[in-house]
Design a protein around this ligand. Structure first.
Ligand code: ATP
Ligand code: CU1
Length: 812
């Protein structure tokens, strides 16, 4: 990434940086992001052309082409969209601005501002320059056509942005959120192109038939051939020409040369047929790709467009897109939940399959979260919305999948590099085949030129190159449908290499909702000690403390706690009625020298039952022991057994004591346990596994194990549906708490990996065979087109197969 810093009016470079949701991605202040839509971009050679033209622009900092969506995402500073468009169109491809929303960077808000007076690039430049100096502005997107300015800014900065717009005399009004929908791009194909294709086919067959009786060079055959080319081949020639101009050999350039060559050596009907077949194959391929793309958008189709909202005198049905946060919405039995929200009245059961992939009904009562797209199966509920329609959990999932597919997986990078060498090499061989035998050995020119033309058709790397993104997007989509959100092709591909999976104990293997089981008073009465312990515990949100607090309920009048403090990995302390108390684990007792053999014996006895024991200490004396037990998740054992069967070594990491940890590990079937770890020790454990050469996954809740999650090769977050941060920070987010989803992920990752390599082998194998046949004179142009397009289709269909991959382990 370059370090261009926009210069502000006061002359100081403004190089503030903002982190992005993507790992390691950093924006310069004033960076703009624009998504260009390139409908004709279906092959990497074409995205390469656009990329090359954009790179020439000074100020472009990052270019991410996305073949599946036929988009190019550009990050830049100090340029206008018009300049970008001009540069991109230099490639000869049609390029438009894409209205579709780019993801909002983490910790930022997005506002859409209607600026009535902004309709030319001068104003754009003006705004850009002014806002680049405003604090807290991460990115701007301009849509001059609609006069909309989209600003990603730090929360609460919107008034400053508006003020800045006032200052430069433009002003603007904020649009209600929810206007920028995730919208499926309209299909590009027109009915007329089908007619052209059909007529072209008829003409090609007629040319072939006529040539059979009157010979190739008859004027009728020539006429029909030219007609076929005019009907089905002009697009190919046009695209081919733009590519050749840039010294780029894409499939269109190669086909144009091959067809033209066939014409020159007098093979008219064959030229017609090849042109027609190529057009058909291209159409089929585009259709299959559309299918992969629509599979992702299909996830979004599950939401309902309308919501029944509360108005002054009853309920009213309105478009879901315009409903503001905090609106009261009703969901009748059988209806889809329209928006994310929180139940405020009634109770029901909900089928959350669209989010979690599991259609087990989930109970919902007051306070519980509801997710847009899920189905209300029980009674009527009213809920208050917590997110606009375009930022619902489901919308985030769709966006995450779309973004994930744009980031290149390692295999894809390998394939792309390979392709850049492959085509010129085959092209070179073809030239040699055309020229050398006739020149050196007196071969027949026509024969050898023909063989060379066949090779040109085979020189196209499209099958190879298209296979990886299709496979990856199918895998990502299949995972999302099962409630597994994978944040990049990289992780999907890397999953098959995992050798060690580190699992947090609390909340991952166990339910994370412990309850109090024992109180052992060492002094005074149980109630006396519970009253003190509960007062401390209520101030903490650690699950162990919460269990103590919950048990006490509101039996005791609240006590004032002064100088409350949490002691990392140990417990809490505070002053009650002038006395200093501590509540925490064995380690804390040892630190205070308050331990005794008798106490230790009691602690061990509780811990060996798998309970977590903490001690209340007052005035340097142990006053009572509280034990809490956390139930193991129902499917933990099964998941661990399957992971082990897949050859992955599960390791339990926990801050809890050794006895409890081992008791739980025994219950779930884990052999290796690391206990009494402070949060930073978890990170060290991950590093240690990695230094032994292991590829390490880490499953956690992302709260105090965030550094370990980030260090692991793949960080998994469980139960992500309710927590925004987990969706955004984890590499792989499991939407519910079922640990069997980990197994589902590994299976899917392995399937993806093998499909990727099957495809590479398939594509290269077919090409190799035909290359040999062509040199030997055994292959015709027809066969070459069939082989080339057949290979493309095979790999695309093979990739789409993943959409139906049975992730058995996810099913009950
Ligand atoms: N706020 C607290 N209240 C009560 N006990 C605590 C508190 N904080 C830590 N402890 C004690 O210290 C131990 C370790 O805490 P830590 O937060 O490091 O791990 P954990 O999150 O409980 O376990 P895991 O690593 O399995 O998630 C806990 O098991 C508990 O006994
Ligand atoms: Cu001790």
């Amino acid at each position: 990434m370059s370090t261009t810093a926009s210069t502000c009016q006061h002359g100081q470079p403004h190089a503030q940086k903002y982190g992005d949701a993507h790992k390691g991605h950093v924006y310069e202040a004033g960076t703009s992001i624009t998504v260009l839509s390139v409908p004709d971009m279906c092959c990497p050679t074409e995205s390469g052309m656009v990329e090359k033209d954009l790179r020439r622009l000074h100020g472009v900092t990052s270019i991410t082409p996305d073949l599946m969506r036929r988009q190019v995402r550009v990050e830049y500073t100090g340029l206008t969209e018009a300049e970008l468009l001009t540069a991109a169109r230099h490639s000869g491809l049609a390029v438009e601005l894409q209205a579709e929303a780019v993801p909002v960077p983490r910790n930022f808000e997005r506002s859409v501002i209607l600026v009535e007076q902004m309709d030319c690039p001068t104003e754009e430049a003006l705004i850009r320059k002014r806002l680049a100096c405003a604090d807290g502005v991460a990115a701007m997107t301009f849509n001059l056509m609609q006069r909309r300015l989209t600003v990603d800014h730090a929360p609460g900065q919107l008034p400053d942005v508006l003020k800045a717009l006032q200052e430069i005399g433009l002003g603007g009004t904020v649009e209600p959120s929810g206007t920028a929908q995730v919208q499926p791009p309209a299909s590009q194909r027109h009915a007329s192109s089908y007619w052209k294709l059909i007529l072209g086919g008829v003409a090609a067959v007629a040319a072939e038939a006529l040539a059979f009786s009157v010979g190739d060079a008859h004027w009728g055959v020539i006429g029909l051939t030219l007609l076929t080319i005019a009907l089905t081949g002009l697009g190919t020639y046009r695209k081919g020409w733009f590519a050749v101009r840039q010294l780029n050999l894409n499939i269109h350039a190669l086909m144009s040369v091959a067809v033209t060559g066939a014409v020159f050596i007098g093979r008219w009907p064959e030229a017609a047929m090849v042109m027609f077949l190529f057009a058909v194959a291209e159409m089929i391929e585009a259709k299959s790709l559309d299918r992969a793309r629509r599979a992702v958008e299909g996830l979004m189709a599950m939401t309902s467009d309308t919501a029944t909202v509360k108005v002054a005198d009853g309920w009213e049905i309105v478009p879901a897109a315009g409903v503001a946060i905090g609106t009261l919405v009703r969901a009748r039995p059988g209806e889809r939940i329209a928006l994310d929200g929180q139940v405020v009245s009634g109770s029901t059961t909900v089928d959350q399959a669209p989010i979690t992939g599991e259609s087990i009904p989930v109970d919902k009562s007051i306070g519980d979260p509801l997710f847009a797209g899920t189905i209300n199966q029980g009674g009527e509920v009213a809920y208050r919305t917590t997110a606009p329609a375009n930022d619902s959990t489901l919308a985030r999932i769709v966006r995450a999948v779309q973004d994930a597919q744009a980031s290149k997986a390692p295999t894809q990078r390998f394939v792309d590099t390979f392709a850049t060498y492959y085509t010129p090499i085959v092209f070179g061989i073809a030239m040699a085949v055309a020229a050398l035998p006739p020149l050196v050995a007196g071969g027949d020119w026509l024969t050898w030129v023909y063989r060379a033309l066949v090779m040109l058709v085979i020189a196209c790397p499209c099958a190879l190159v298209i296979s990886t993104p299709v496979t990856v997007v199918s895998g990502l989509t299949a995972a999302a449908r099962r409630g597994i959100l994978i944040k990049g092709g990289l992780f999907l591909e890397q999953g098959h290499r995992l050798t060690v999976l580190a699992l947090d104990k609390t909340g991952t293997l166990t339910q994370g909702r412990p309850s109090l089981t024992d109180i052992v008073a060492l002094h005074g009465t149980q109630d006396e000690q519970l009253r003190l312990a509960a007062a401390l515990a209520r101030r903490s949100d650690h699950p162990v403390s919460m269990a103590v607090g919950a048990y006490a309920g509101d039996r005791f009048p609240p006590l004032d706690v002064a100088s409350f403090k949490a002691i990392n990995g140990r417990g809490v302390e505070g002053v009650i009625e002038g006395v200093s108390y501590l509540l925490g684990n064995h380690r804390l007792v040892e630190d205070l020298n308050a331990c005794s053999p008798a106490l230790e014996l009691k602690l061990n006895a509780l811990e060996e039952q798998g309970k977590t024991a903490i001690v209340l200490i007052g005035d340097g004396q142990a006053l009572a022991i509280f034990a809490v037990a956390d139930a193991v998740r129902p499917h933990s054992r099964e998941a661990i057994a399957e992971l082990t069967a897949l050859g992955i070594e599960p390791v339990m990491l926990t801050g809890d004591n050794r006895h409890t940890a081992q008791a739980i590990a025994r219950q779930v079937g884990i052999a290796e346990v690391r206990s009494e770890l402070l949060p930073e020790h978890k990170l060290e454990a991950i590093k240690e596994f990695q230094s032994r050469g292991a590829v390490v996954g880490m499953v956690g809740d992302g709260i105090n194990d965030a550094p370990a999650l980030a260090t692991a090769d793949i960080g998994f977050a469980m139960g992500a549906a309710g927590t925004d941060t987990a969706i955004e920070t984890a590499d792989v987010a499991l939407m519910d708490d079922d640990p069997r989803k980990l197994v589902g992920f590994i299976r899917l990752s392995r399937a993806t990996h093998s499909v990727l390599w099957q495809n590479i082998a398939l594509a290269l194998g077919i090409k190799a065979v035909f290359l040999a046949l062509a040199v030997l004179g055994q292959a015709t142009l027809w066969m070459a087109v069939f082989a080339d397009m057949g290979a493309s289709l095979l790999v695309v269909l093979n990739g789409l197969r993943l959409l139906r991959h049975p992730a058995n382990a996810c099913k009950q």
